[in-house]
Design a protein around this ligand. Structure first.
Ligand SMILES: [Zn+2]
Length: 462
């Protein structure tokens, strides 16, 4: 199952109806919460069973939730019921921190199952309650999947923008005999901030995906947010006070920019994962062993480091890599990454973590890229075991460099973000007026940039 997000192009009337649907879904959720609160206050057992919830819904009669039809309203109740039972199970297993659904939300995504939507080119019809006018909306791009494979469509909003998430059943990639990924060829993947993915593969090949553009985007976004917040701090409403019109405008702008930032980072992370999978497929790597760093995230590390970890989102990096790898027929294994970046891949002894990008062993004199050292050690680690001495890949000497976030402002030739003022005006040497970065070109063969591990460009190997 793969999911893609597609924007909607809507007229004002269609926009009102779409938001009406989201609002109605929020109402259904709120009704379920309110009903169970009312019951609890009277000492009655909550209604959480999906069928019973549906029965209660149908007591409300048709038309109670505007355009929202019964299957979609039932979908919201299904979500409520699933969430309730998941919490009940976690509580039964002794997790006292699990909470039952309790928060109301004004707008809730609406899921349209197979049969309750129709797709005609770039037009999409969403099912509405019986007797209502049909609702057609326009998609802002071609769907990336064949129409016959699409299983569900989810309408949602981000700030004031409307999207649909299209879920499709995509068969696993097939390969010509002799070119399919070989599970015996293992590559180790080290997740990091500077390099979201550093991959050490078989036969001394490595891949480094640079995440510097993503980090710059995160820094600039934080800086901008702080500036905006400082500018309106005076106007912030006191508790219990209604916000001014100006305050509401600020909040709307904040939400819009937050959503844009999230989209940009997400896109860059997906591109980075795609590059890893492409690289692995070209080299017939059938197993990606990923070091899972999520254990260290629980530690308190101070506000600066906490912010860094929040921007990093390693869980999401793992998830997108897993999705894309499985689609390509590559297995992903998670292993404990503790100690992998401070162990020498050559002699296996512990070495203090390097401050820069270069790892040097004081015992045997080995030297290499720090993130690839992590990757090489992860490749040799068994899921759930220590670093073994089992068949080790030679340390990468041929390294492919890729960049994530080529769409990000400032990642282009100027390498400056247009949100920063060009500090030299039109003076010589100044990047000048801000330009958008060139769009990434998928499927077009890029010249292979290959650099050996000492950073010197070699003659083109390919
Ligand atoms: Zn060593």
């Amino acid at each position: 199952m793969r999911t893609a997000r597609v924007g909607l192009r809507v007229t004002p009337a269609q926009r009102r109806r779409c938001f009406g649907l989201l609002l109605a879904a929020g109402d259904v959720w709120a009704c379920a919460l309110d009903m169970n609160r009312w019951r609890r206050q009277r000492g009655l057992a909550p209604i959480t069973n999906f069928q019973q919830l549906c029965r209660e819904l149908h007591k409300a009669g048709p038309g109670a939730f505007g355009d929202l039809n019964s299957p979609c309203a039932e979908g919201v109740l299904r979500r409520y019921s699933d969430a309730w039972f998941a919490t009940a199970k976690r509580r039964a297993d002794g997790d006292a921190s699990a909470r039952f659904p309790r928060r109301k939300r004004r707008l809730l995504p609406v899921r349209f199952r197979y049969g309750s939507f129709a797709i005609d080119g770039q037009r999409l019809r969403l099912a509405v309650a019986r007797g209502r006018l049909p609702l057609w909306v326009r998609l802002d791009r071609e769907l990336p999947y064949p129409v016959g494979q699409i299983r569900s469509v989810t309408l949602l909003n981000e700030g004031a923008r409307l999207f649909v998430e299209v879920t499709a059943e995509v068969p696993v990639a097939t390969y010509a005999p002799g070119t399919e990924p070989d599970p015996g060829r293992v590559a180790g993947v080290d997740l990091g901030v500077i390099h979201p993915y550093a991959v050490a593969g078989p036969e001394g090949e490595g891949l480094l995906v640079s995440g510097r553009a993503m980090r710059a985007e995160a820094h600039l976004h934080l800086k901008d947010t702080k500036h905006r917040r400082r500018a309106v701090a005076q106007r912030a409403p006191k508790p219990g006070q209604a916000g001014s019109r100006r305050w509401r405008k600020y909040r709307a702008r904040q939400r819009k920019l937050e959503a844009r930032h999230k989209r940009r980072i997400k896109q860059a992370q997906h591109e980075a994962a795609e590059q890893v999978v492409q690289w692995a497929v070209e080299r017939r790597v059938g197993t990606l062993r990923v070091g899972d760093p999520r254990g260290v995230l629980e530690l308190k590390a101070g506000r600066r480091h906490n912010q860094r970890l929040r921007d990093w989102r390693p869980g999401y990096l793992i998830r997108c890599l897993k999705d894309k790898a499985e689609q390509a027929g590559i297995r992903v294994e998670l292993v404990d990454e503790r100690g992998t970046s401070s162990t020498c891949p050559s002699c296996g002894r512990r070495v203090p973590k390097p401050a820069g990008r270069r790892f040097t062993c004081m015992h045997c004199g080995f030297s290499g890229h720090r993130d690839l050292v992590g990757g090489a050690n992860i490749a040799r680690r068994d899921p759930g075991g220590p670093i073994t001495t089992m068949k080790r890949n030679p340390f990468p000497v041929v390294i492919t460099h890729r960049r994530a976030g080529r769409h990000l402002p400032g990642a282009g030739p100027s390498r400056r973000d247009p949100r920063r003022r060009p500090h030299h005006g039109t003076a010589q040497g100044s990047p000048g007026r801000p330009r958008p970065a060139p769009p990434p070109q998928w499927g077009v063969a890029r010249p292979e940039a290959r650099i050996n591990q000492h950073g010197r460009p070699t003659t083109n190997v390919a």
